[in-house]
Design a protein around this ligand. Structure first.
Ligand code: SF4
Length: 292
């Protein structure tokens, strides 16, 4: 099921995401696990669209709402989305305070928290469970791949069982899980990517985000690409791959994304992905009819 259909069915209206910053970092950047971050991760911590990070959460919400309203006037509901860096990596008291601030406005109907599965200690899980009693809480986990050789290459910094355990713990507390996968990681075949998606389905992830591998400026992946060690998919290849993956996704799993969402200002490759209209047309024409 596509996200928009799910939101319409659940909340009865159009719902938009407000990208917010929790002003946290990531263990893959602050030296705990590493300092370079994942090989594809931009300086913005994979969240270029967050509202101005030096503002308070209520100010960020006002700013992000104004941005949405400029594009789509009229009444709307919102999901408070903490996207950049690792939004459960910090003091649980501080995090609970800012998450509650984000949930405060009447028109906010859900909280979405992007994080790593190795950053969900008991105290954080319990805090998310408390918040989930107020409104739906979604936790977005950056798995990217189930294959350890790829995980090492991208410097993900945790092994697959850590993800499996995180999904179990979140589900135990009634919290929805959205899993991010990257399609087109170096050396991965279509069968490898199908296996990653199948695993995410098998563990019962409630949603999935499929993201085309993007090469962004000022990342180590950009150096790999410049050195000719990494290639990117053509649009035709990507659409063909999505056609193979679509029938694996059960109807009840919410599809949050089928394309990339890289910042155009940072995008090095593949440039075709910046032409969203063309990509979405192809997705609509060839991929959507194959969804269950
Ligand atoms: S875990 Fe997320 S924020 Fe941290 S380096 Fe990787 S992609 Fe970037």
């Amino acid at each position: 099921m596509l996200l928009n259909d799910y939101l319409q069915a659940t909340f009865g209206c159009k719902v938009y995401k407000l990208s917010l910053s929790a002003r946290v970092t990531c263990p893959n950047r602050d030296g705990t696990l590493g300092t370079g971050g994942c090989i594809f991760c931009s300086a913005g911590g994979s969240g270029e669209f967050a509202a101005c990070a030096d503002r308070s959460v209520p100010e960020q919400i006002a700013q992000a709402k104004a941005r949405v309203a400029a594009k789509v006037p009229g009444e709307a509901k919102y999901i408070a989305y903490f996207q950049s860096y690792t939004n459960t990596y910090g003091d649980p008291i501080y995090l609970e305070r800012i998450f509650r601030e984000a949930m405060e406005p009447e028109e906010v109907v859900a909280l979405s928290v992007g994080t790593r599965p190795d950053c969900l200690p008991e105290g954080i899980l319990n805090m998310l469970e408390r918040l989930n009693r107020i409104m739906p809480v979604w936790v977005e986990l950056g798995l990217q791949t189930i294959h350890e050789r790829s995980a090492e290459y991208i410097r993900r910094g945790y092994e697959l069982p850590v993800y499996d355990e995180a999904v179990r713990e979140l589900h135990k507390r009634g919290i929805s899980v959205i899993t991010h996968l990257i399609l087109g990681l170096p050396g991965e075949t279509h069968e490898d990517m199908k296996a990653s998606l199948q695993h995410v389905v098998d563990v019962g992830s409630d949603g999935v985000k499929l993201q085309l591998l993007h090469v962004l400026k000022d990342t180590d992946l950009a150096d790999e690409y410049a050195a000719g060690r990494v290639s990117v998919m053509s649009m035709e290849e990507y659409i063909d791959l999505l056609c193979e993956l679509a029938p694996l996704i059960p109807h009840e799993m919410v599809i949050h994304r089928l394309t990339g969402d890289g910042d155009k200002k940072l995008l090095i490759a593949p440039m075709w992905s910046a032409d969203k209209k063309r990509v979405l047309n192809e997705v609509k024409r060839k991929v959507l009819p194959l969804l269950l």
